[in-house]
Design a protein around this ligand. Structure first.
Ligand code: PLP
Length: 417
């Protein structure tokens, strides 16, 4: 334990838990100052897709640091940003022709929302309403919170949040209710955009829904001219078994948000990719209609160089084969726990596995802090969402470490049952 003034995110400081001091990491393993070897079973908040310190990403950042560290991006450019935009265009759906840089998943969402509203203003249509999905999570900045689920995460900040229209989550057997609600919400000409996490809602509890529903939702928005914003901040970069989750539904959004695995999880960076129509609405000689968004570090060269290296890894290494293999290894272990009396449900999509433990009490479940401590004591980085324990490791995790993770989850289940 060290004396510290640091105020940590989403951390219950009042519990007085020791906060591990991490000094080094490689692959799926973290090393702490007190000599512990910890398995990173959630990819350090879902970011380190290829594992910590992938040599190609480390080398790319080192080389870039020797040349250009930072440059204003308003009206200036640099090679890593240009190369990354070319790479993303080649890799992502054809109709997403424009790449706007920012720094996090939350800002990628803010940018998407601003693009959507700017689009309708430029077209002279009074469309202001944003449609969202129940249980969604899109980040913790004001706009991102506004389009996320209301509740314990943001109750104190309610005065800052704007009104949205929420369609119900398409739970099994209730898919038509979702589609009906979305159709009604799109009618009337006030809806500007629908923002959704494709196939799986992450922070909402790893809630999975079928690809055909995503496909139908896309079609409903297209028919009503409502912009479709796909938030692939968590699902992108192979997490659900394909490069993008949207591929499994055959959909292409008008606006796509990517972050987390964009740099292989090494440094912060995000992109909001937009269709030519969204770009064209902001293309003008009139200074009153440019896209009014920036931050000091927009498209930081070190971050762009890391992302360029990530794209090369995707092109040249068998990443999707690793993803498929990890998915199969997750499935085998999950099956071993599905019938456990303490487990009330299991879910999996691609590399993401989740178990509901105990009585479905949600995020504030009394089990949460105890589970967190339990896994910490077993040298595992697992961070249950209340009573939902999920495993989302780097694609390079070894079998022994996977076994350790699932043995501990089994042990926790035994204590709860
Ligand atoms: N969108 C989704 C779907 C997310 O899962 C997250 C973070 O978990 C975000 C946006 C916010 O990303 P960040 O934490 O990088 O701001």
């Amino acid at each position: 334990m060290i004396e510290s003034s640091v105020w940590h995110p989403f951390t219950q400081h009042g519990l007085g838990e020791a906060i591990p001091l991490v000094t080094r990491a490689e692959g799926a393993v973290l090393h702490t100052a007190d000599g512990r070897r910890i398995v990173d079973a959630i990819s350090s908040w879902w970011v380190t897709t290829h594992g910590h310190r992938h040599p190609r990403i480390v080398a790319a950042m080192r080389e870039q640091a020797e040349r250009l560290d930072q440059i204003i991006f308003a009206g200036w450019t640099h090679e890593p940003a240009e190369e990354l935009a070319r790479g993303l265009r080649a890799m992502m759906p054809d109709s997403l022709t424009r790449v706007f840089y920012s720094d996090s998943g939350s800002t990628a969402v803010e940018v998407a929302l601003k693009m959507a509203l700017g689009y309708w203003l430029a077209r002279g249509e009074a469309r202001h309403r944003i449609l969202v999905m129940e249980h969604g999570y899109h980040g913790d900045t004001i706009g991102a919170m506004s389009v996320g689920a209301r509740g314990v995460f943001n109750r104190a900040y309610a005065p800052l949040l704007f009104d949205v229209e929420t369609v119900p989550f398409p739970a099994a057997g209730h898919e038509q209710a979702t589609l009906g609600a979305l159709t009604r919400a799109c009618a009337g000409g006030e809806a500007a955009a629908f923002i959704v996490e494709p196939l799986v809602l992450g922070a909402g509890g790893m809630l999975v829904y079928p690809a055909w529903v995503l496909c139908e939702m896309r079609a409903i928005c297209a028919a009503a001219g409502v912009l479709f914003i796909s938030d692939e901040v968590m699902t992108g970069w192979g997490r659900t078994g394909t490069l993008l989750a949207g591929e499994q539904a055959g959909i292409v959004p008008d606006i796509l948000c990517l972050s987390k695995g964009l740099t292989g999880g090494a440094v912060p960076l995000a992109v909001t990719m937009a269709s030519e129509a969204v770009w064209a609405a902001h293309y003008s000689r009139d200074r009153a209609t440019m896209f009014f968004h920036s931050s000091s570090y927009t498209a930081n060269p070190l971050a762009c160089a890391a992302a360029v290296a990530n794209l090369a890894i995707w092109r040249e290494e068998p990443v999707l084969a690793r993803v498929a293999d990890l998915g199969a290894r997750q499935a085998a272990r999950l099956a071993g726990l599905a019938a456990h009396p303490a487990v009330s449900g299991v879910r999996q999509i691609g590399t993401i596995a989740a178990l509901e433990i105990g009585g479905r009490d949600g995020y504030l479940s009394a089990l949460g802090p105890g589970l967190l401590r339990f896994f910490g004591e077993r040298d595992l980085l697992l961070r249950p969402l209340g009573d939902t324990v999920y495993v989302m490791p780097p694609y390079c995790i070894g079998d022994d470490d996977m076994d350790r993770v699932y043995a501990a989850i089994g042990e926790a289940c035994d204590l709860i049952a």
